[in-house]
Design a protein around this ligand. Structure first.
Ligand code: SF4
Length: 425
């Protein structure tokens, strides 16, 4: 067991705190400055276009995660339900709507701001789910602000040139609508510059995650949940690029010195699906005590995009936005998971069956069983939710985790090299 080993904090976390404070204070200022504009955007939406136009960008999903992490989502969701939203719809959306109705926000205590900034524009992409469309429409009505969206093809196997061309057209249309609605003109070269920075931050983030291939893993899924904030919230900014350079240097030092997130690492596993925000600390401590490194995850890799090598920035945005894991078909997702298991030399996989997010849950159509029965992987499925703690039993999950580790002990590590074998869903 690793219970007596000391956890070594990631030094860059201090810098991250300053970065987050500056980000939210600037958003607050932008919302109050008549010369500036705020746009709300979905987490894998076309934020580079908004940044290139000069909007300060805000991401409501981050607020949903904060409400979950502060363990108050379940108190707020009933307000959304009373406004007509189903209690089993996305708990990010419901708690965010409930928070607006109640006038509460963790941003008040954390940064001394009134709450989420008032939007001048809301832009979504349904590349992750359709829920974001309804979520943004609620706030569009509430703030009397325009809501624009792109609706790419979903559940893709191969991403074809026709798919990319279609989404590129949608993005070009979005630019035209913003120009006519706000009387703006996108400055020449601005989008290329923003996309290049966005891609740089994303590539650095990918390289940070890849350092967890070392033994012991340099950082865990739990660390990633904290350190991924800039690649979502500040995509396209120089600050995000600078931050990931610093974090990557620290991770390289860790590799050189043999420092790991779980110093006495006994097993290495994968986390598939959404985090359980209200219980991140409990789960992280339990894994630490059991000597389990959650060395890789779908969630943290969701913002590790392909590199932009110049050329048409809209084409890069179109391709990137539809190539993400959540937007792919079952076979592509399964192949990705197998490749991750092999690359990170993992012993098992934990699926989170998030009650209110079927879109980012992949244990509902037999994948967990296929990986277990046909690939010999140790698999655990945890029932819970991203934000609504009423759907999560801490005691039950901890017992299940202990049983999972016993299973790992019994099997020891499977021959990961054998996992490259193609397995049809
Ligand atoms: S992907 Fe899931 S958690 Fe994210 S906004 Fe959509 S339904 Fe909510």
């Amino acid at each position: 067991m690793s219970g007596t080993a000391k956890r070594i904090e990631i030094q860059a976390a201090q810098r991250l705190k300053t970065l987050m404070r500056d980000y939210f204070l600037d958003l607050d200022e932008a919302a109050r400055d008549p010369a500036r504009r705020v746009a709300w955007c979905t987490s894998v939406g076309p934020c580079e276009i908004l940044v290139a136009f000069g909007f300060a960008t805000y991401f409501p999903e981050n607020h949903g995660a904060l409400l979950g992490a502060k363990k108050i989502s379940h108190q707020l969701i009933p307000y959304a339900v009373s406004a007509g939203y189903c209690a089993e719809s996305c708990s990010y959306m419901n708690s965010d709507i409930g928070a607006a109705i109640r006038g509460v926000s963790p941003l008040q205590d954390a940064y001394g701001v009134g709450g989420p900034p008032k939007p001048d524009l809301l832009v979504y992409s349904t590349n992750q789910c359709r829920e974001v469309q309804d979520w943004f429409n609620f706030f569009g009505r509430r703030h009397d602000a325009p809501v624009l969206g792109v609706c790419p093809p979903t559940h893709l196997g191969d991403v074809t040139p026709a798919h990319v061309a279609f989404v590129r057209g949608e993005l070009a249309g979005l630019i035209e609508r913003i120009e006519s609605q706000f009387g703006l003109k996108l400055a020449p070269g601005k989008l290329e510059e923003t996309v290049a920075r966005s891609s740089q931050a994303s590539t650095l983030w990918r390289r940070v995650l890849e350092t967890a291939g070392a033994r012991p893993a340099t950082l865990s899924f739990w660390d990633g949940l904290i350190h991924m904030a800039p690649v979502i919230l500040m995509r396209g900014s120089p600050a995000a690029v600078a931050y990931y350079r610093e974090l990557l240097a620290e991770m390289h030092d860790r590799v050189a010195q043999g420092v790991g997130a779980v110093p006495k690492e006994r097993f290495r596993v994968y986390w598939e699906g959404m985090p359980v925000w209200p219980r991140v600390r409990d789960l992280s401590e339990k894994c630490f005590d059991l000597g389990v490194s959650v060395a890789a995850s779908t969630y943290c890799n969701s913002w590790a995009f392909d590199e932009y090598d110049g050329g048409d920035p809209l084409e890069w945005m179109a391709r990137t936005s539809i190539s993400i894991f959540i937007n792919r078909d079952e076979a592509t997702k399964q192949a990705f998971l197998l490749e991750m298991m092999r690359r990170y030399e993992l012993d098992g996989i934990i699926f989170h069956n998030a009650r209110t997010c079927p879109n980012n849950t992949n244990s509902r159509f037999g994948m967990a069983q296929r990986l277990r029965d046909r690939c010999g992987l140790a698999v655990l499925v945890i029932d819970g939710d991203l934000s609504d703690q009423r759907f999560f039993s801490t005691a039950q999950t901890m017992t299940n985790l202990e049983a999972f580790v016993e299973q790992l002990e019994a099997r020891r590590r499977p021959a990961c090299a054998a996992l490259v074998e193609e397995v049809a869903p």
